[in-house]
Design a protein. Structure first.
Lengths: 402, 400
């Protein structure tokens, strides 16, 4: 552990944060004509203030919670969960029940009864996910109710963060960065990817991370695409799943890690060189210089009123191909590590132009400058849009390029 | 220290893993993938399903063996794996755009780079032979958003839920799956023991979790099945699931629970460890273990062919312990395959959960009350000769 940089938790008013998020949800529900939300997805539940222990996706489907948000102002969520300790104090005990097993028909019957109890008279109800026993039977069980898409409301609410949410994101990123100093120091020929993951996971959990949500990526990146594994789009193969392969002198490593703290995701991406004395070539340094020009051009554009399309044009003005074809210039970050807005993705510039930047929007910029045969540079920078421009949540440096 | 070799002269092709991951040939993964896919295709034929769309990673892994970027928590539903009955072909979405993640039998023209535009995904489906002609299509999950996109593409097809079909298939293990589960369990035991050896006064709960995950990674896999529970058990209170920065004191009993994935298969277990002060566990703490042993032995005794989840629950109740807060037993394989008995399940639903040969069950119990609490979980294999333990690591000072 690096001395002197232990992560100190920020002061966050969690009760205020939950209340403000629920108010945003209700505003979005009203705007979309939804009388209630039935939330099954863990990140939407987190946003509603209900937490579950992190587990592999293959496990969580069967130890799941259900959360219902009504349209009644200030009413606490209704929760059915196997983990009552994930329910905060502002939810009264009579709103908290044992689990509803939505993977079995009797659980879906119970859900329909519960909806009738807590949201009587609801005309339109949004669901974020549908399980097998729900398919086809919900219209019959909820006669007279129009079944809608909850994500139109959760998406609209979640895209702008409150100051408390930004504080959580900042701390999550800080924990991630502190652990990465130790990983970077261990980047020597002969180290295995899984050993780097060991250092990383040990580091983040010693610092109080809530969970690890993605397999740490230590992408050994051939300097030319043709010498790597075949890719469907002819671009750089990234992010490749980690295993126990070892790193060698000179390997170009595109790392990417993410954790959560109090439900908020970090996102750390840098380009490193595995070496006892890492020294990028002159041509590789030029990639980094160009990457800096791209990020500066984007930074200059970030302000309320600009659109995501403006950011894409700013990046393209410096480097026409500034992102991997299967990714984007940037993506939102909050209770999911990849959430709207997706900036410069295959949704297209017309979509980008519809998304206007507003204060509180948080996104990760991850331009890539690639020169095939030489290598390239990729780094992720988290920014929050402010009244006058933007602020950065990422503080880690650019060694060995910077 | 200086390096004289120019970087550009160095070999740039990445090496594949050489150690403990699924590249090793102790299990014939090609044969395993073929056998699993054949089972799914046979079941699809029996149910009249022309195609299946899988959004859940466990099901995608079952039909294809794909090892994509691992994530915790569930992602919003998106079908990243297709299986077509007529052709028997698997189509896979690749998060890296690289063929490196793909199983050998999935050809280079059968995978698709990740997309953020669902219409591109619809184009991929439309181009896949057999999809547009499909009359009955299975989904392991769905969302109103994706249903809205898929309906115009497949206006006349019937959409059918298939998580129950996959659950039943996955619960019955092939011999090579049992081999994978034994490996996963061994990794989990080693990682849990690393945490147990760190149990001492002054150490925090989150330090124990860090020790578990660090050891898991050192053993070769960085994918956990569950992030685990490393918590002091207070007398007279329920088990806390959420690991905190609480510092252990002498005389604490500490729940240690964790799970590891190997080739997608889950090894999970739990123990309760004594935080010693040099004097050994108290009588109250030993009594907690004795009560736990009694209830778990009763439940495991029922893990035989012909029993059901209801029998397991009856055995739990017969021990005299209060109703459990978590499921008593669940199927383990490619992750959690649903509970057999426990809270939220009616007696009829528990009776419908058959215990059968070649199932692997996780059995767990928590005892509390006036004694020191004790939490433990074990994996057992159901055989024609009765239950056979898969997790065998000891219980440390509390059982001595």
């Amino acid at each position: 552990m690096s001395p002197g940089v232990l992560a100190t938790a920020p002061t966050v008013d969690f009760a205020r944060m939950r209340a403000e998020r629920r108010a945003r949800l209700r505003e979005a529900m009203a705007a979309n004509g939804l009388d209630a939300l039935v939330l099954i997805g863990p990140s939407n539940q987190e946003y509603a203030g209900i937490r579950q222990p992190a587990a592999d996706a293959m496990r969580m489907h069967y130890e799941a919670a259900v959360v219902i948000i009504t349209s009644r102002p200030d009413e606490a969520p209704f929760v059915w969960t196997p983990f009552p300790e994930g329910v905060p104090d502002d939810v009264p005990p009579d709103h908290v029940h044992g689990p509803l097993l939505l993977e079995f028909p009797e659980g879906v019957d119970a859900l329909a009864r519960a909806i009738g109890d807590v949201a009587p008279g609801a005309v339109r109800i949004g669901f974020d996910e549908i399980t097998t026993p729900m398919m086809g039977v919900l219209p019959g069980l909820l006669a007279g109710v129009d079944l809608g898409d909850a994500t139109v409301a959760t998406g609209a609410a979640r895209i702008v963060k409150t100051p408390d949410e930004v504080a959580c994101l900042r701390h999550s990123q800080h924990i991630n960065e502190v652990a990465m100093y130790d990983v970077e120091a261990a980047l020597r020929p002969g180290v295995r990817q899984n050993e780097l993951s060991a250092i990383f996971l040990r580091g983040v959990f010693e610092q109080g991370a809530s969970s690890s949500i993605i397999d740490p990526i230590w992408n050994i990146t051939p300097l030319s695409v043709a010498t790597g594994s075949f890719t469907a789009n002819g671009d750089v193969g990234f992010p490749l799943a980690s295993n126990d392969r070892f790193l060698r002198e000179g390997d170009l490593i595109l790392c990417d890690t993410g954790i959560t703290w109090m439900g908020y995701h970090s996102d750390f991406g840098k380009t490193w060189i595995c070496s006892v004395d890492p020294k990028p070539t002159a041509a590789q340094r030029e990639c980094f210089t160009r990457w800096n020009e791209v990020i500066e051009a984007v930074y200059t554009t970030i302000k309320p009123g600009a659109t995501c399309g403006d950011l894409v044009r700013a990046a393209a003005g410096v480097e026409p191909k500034h992102a991997l074809r299967h990714f984007y210039l940037g993506h939102g970050c909050g209770c999911d590590s990849g959430e709207p807005p997706f900036i410069g993705s295959d949704l297209g510039i017309a979509y980008d132009d519809t998304v206007e930047l507003v204060p509180g929007m948080v996104f990760v910029l991850e331009p890539v400058v690639w020169r095939d045969g030489i290598g390239g540079y990729r780094s992720e920078e988290i920014v929050v849009v402010t009244d006058s421009g933007f602020d950065t949540l990422t503080t880690y440096g650019y060694s060995p390029f910077g | 220290m200086t390096v004289t070799t120019p970087m550009t002269d160095l070999l740039t092709t990445p090496n594949i893993g050489t150690g403990v991951l699924e590249h090793r040939d102790r299990v014939d993964f090609g044969a395993l993938r073929d056998a699993r896919r054949a089972r799914v295709l046979a079941e699809m034929k029996a149910r009249g399903l022309d195609a299946c769309f899988f959004g859940r990673e466990a099901n995608a892994r079952y039909v294809s063996g794909v090892r994509r970027l691992w994530t915790a928590q569930t992602r919003p539903f998106a079908p990243g794996c297709l299986l077509v009955l007529e052709t028997g072909e698997v189509e896979l979405l690749s998060f890296s755009a690289s063929y490196e993640d793909m199983p050998a039998e999935v050809g280079p023209d059968h995978f698709f780079p990740v997309t953020w535009n669902p219409m591109n995904m619809m184009d991929w489906f439309a181009k896949t032979p057999g999809v547009l002609d499909a009359r009955r299509i299975g989904f392991d999950g769905l969302s109103p958003y994706f249903e809205g996109l898929l309906r115009p593409l497949l206006p006349d097809a019937e959409f059918v839920g298939v998580e129950d079909m996959m659950r039943e298939l996955r619960r019955h293990k092939l011999p090579q799956e049992i081999s994978c589960l034994r490996t996963a369990a061994a990794l989990a035991e080693s990682a849990l023991y690393a945490a147990a050896t760190e149990v001492r006064p002054g150490v925090s709960e989150q330090h124990l979790r860090a020790a578990f995950l660090e050891r898991m990674c050192e053993l070769g896999t960085s994918q956990f099945a569950q992030q685990g529970t490393f918590t002091v058990i207070d007398r007279g209170t329920p088990l806390r699931w959420t690991t905190s920065d609480r510092v252990l004191a002498a005389g604490d009993a500490v729940a240690l629970a964790g799970g590891v994935l190997w080739a997608g298969y889950e090894g999970s277990l739990a123990r309760t460890w004594w935080c010693g002060n040099g004097t050994g566990p108290s009588e109250a703490a030993r009594a907690g273990f004795t009560r736990w042993r009694a209830v778990v032995d009763r439940v495991i005794e029922q893990c035989h062919i012909g029993a059901t989840g209801a029998d397991l629950h009856t055995a739990y109740r017969a021990s005299g312990e209060p109703e459990p807060q978590m499921s008593i037993a669940y199927s383990v394989g490619l992750g959690h395959e649903g509970p057999l008995a426990g809270p939220g399940m009616s007696p009829a639903l528990e009776r419908a959960q058959a215990v059968d040969a070649d199932m692997v069950l996780a059995v767990r119990a928590f005892v509390g009350g006036d004694d020191h609490g004790f939490f433990g979980e074990d994996m057992v294999l159901v055989t024609t000769d009765g239950p056979v333990p898969i997790t065998t690591i000891g219980h440390g000072p509390l059982a001595s």
